[in-house]
Each structure stands twice: as C-alpha cells, then as structure tokens.
Write a protein that binds this ligand. Structure first.
Ligand code: PLP
Length: 234
C-alpha cells in the first residue's frame, strides 16, 4: 500500500511494476503501454528525479507551470504531453514546446496548432472524446460520428499535425470498465485510419482497468509523485 512518506523512487517502481502486471494479465506486451508521468504542479527537480527512475514521458495541464520546467529540462531526452484544456491564445507555446496534445476537440485549435508548428516535425495529436454524455465536459460526444469524421478529415489536411488516436477522461460516476470499453470500441471503429495507434486513458485510480481495456498511454500523477497541491488554473 502507498503511504505519503514513500519516496518518488518507491512509487515509480511500484507503478512500473503494476503496469507490467496489468499488461501481462491482459495478454499484452509491456512495451505496448506507455506511462505518462503527470507532472503538473511538480518542480523541475522532481521531474528530473522521475526521469532517473526510467520515466521519460511527462504530462502537463497548465502552460505557465509547464514552460519553465520544459526549458529547465532541455538536457534530458523527455517527451512532453499537453493534457489540459487549450485556450486559443496559447496555441503557439503548446505547438512549439510539446510533442503531443491529447485534448484536441475543435478545428480552430487544430488550425492554430498547425500554423505554429511549421518547420518542426509534426505534432502528435489525439481527439478528446466525451464517453459519458456529461454536457459540461470537453471532448466530442462519443456518439457524434459526423462531428468526429469532419474533424478527422480537417486535421488530415493539416501537414504539421499527425492524428494518432483518442483520449478520454471519465466522469467520477462512470464505471471505469464501462467507460474504457466504450472508448476501446470507438478506437477500434477507426482502426483503418493511417497512424492510428494511440489510446490515452486511465489515471492513478484506474490505470489497471484502462490497460485491460487496451490503453496504450496511461496518465499517472499522484501514484508516482504523491499527493498534489492543486494550482489554481491560469
Ligand atoms: C491530473 C491528471 C491526470 C493524473 O491524475 P492522477 O489521479 O494524479 O493520476 C491524468 N489526466 C489528466 C487529464 C489530468 O488532468
């Protein structure tokens, strides 16, 4: 069991082992599941320590919190995933500082990211999908195939973006297995698309269920870094 006194090293090792075990139970290769260490609110020193534990992919929600860290850690070979809501006046920094964006759900944002990504390798993007019908949540409603296909086609026309798959955040009252299963079916429904290889779902509380349901990327914060003091969103 975890305790607030555990070190980052202890927590990271435990999470890596749990991911390996969950992959094995699901009959999947360990390498098929990527751990994104969600480092929002953590310091650059903590991220560096996590990197030394073998974690190389990091997830950030707040640009102001993320940019100084990404700059301070320019010497390590890390991949940065933007997993927070994107404001249209912040697309330049997202496009130029991150390798992945998980929260794309609007054409306007896609265009702006594409414009700012010029001259760099394509930005990997995921469509954020709302699986549980909560109208207050971000993401395209899972049953809205017209909207989904329209946005996919428009992203395909943008040379600096590469659409790799989907991402979801479940509501607290959605059963993980039910929500992740719906997402898995959605993902499989589009498998004929080019470059379609990424399904981002599962957090500290439910990443094992997500792996059982086919997640290729799990986003884990608390279980790696310990309890978090929330920043006020900026
Ligand atoms: C904070 C956050 C996570 C990680 O949450 P934990 O419960 O700390 O693992 C994952 N995904 C998103 C989108 C988040 O905002």
């Amino acid at each position: 069991m975890s305790s607030p006194k555990d070190t980052l090293q202890t927590r990271a090792t435990r999470v890596q082992q749990s991911v390996a075990d969950a992959a094995e139970r699901a009959g999947r290769q360990r390498e098929a599941v990527n751990i994104i260490a969600v480092s929002k609110t953590r310091t650059a020193a903590e991220v560096r320590q996590a990197f030394r534990c073998g974690l190389t992919q990091f997830g950030e929600n707040y640009l102001q919190d993320a940019l100084p860290k990404i700059r301070a850690l320019g010497d390590i070979d890390a991949q940065w995933h933007f997993i927070g809501p994107i404001q249209s006046n912040k697309t330049r920094d997202v496009a130029t500082s991150f390798d992945w964006v998980h929260t794309l759900d609007r054409e306007k944002i896609a265009r702006r990211l594409n414009d700012h990504r010029r001259g760099m390798p394509p930005l990997n993007v995921l469509l954020q999908i709302n699986v549980d019908g909560d109208p207050n949540k971000s993401g395209i409603a899972i049953e809205d195939e017209t909207e989904t296909l329209g946005l996919m086609n428009r992203i395909d026309a943008l040379p600096n973006l590469c659409l790799r798959g989907g991402m979801t955040i479940l509501s607290k009252d959605t059963s993980p297995i039910a929500g992740f299963t719906r997402m898995r079916e959605w993902f499989a429904g589009h498998r004929a698309r080019p470059h379609w290889d990424t399904l981002s779902m599962g957090m500290s509380a439910d990443f094992e269920d997500a792996i059982a349901c086919g997640a290729t990327h799990v986003r884990i914060g608390t279980a790696i870094f310990g309890p978090r003091k929330e920043l006020t969103a900026s």
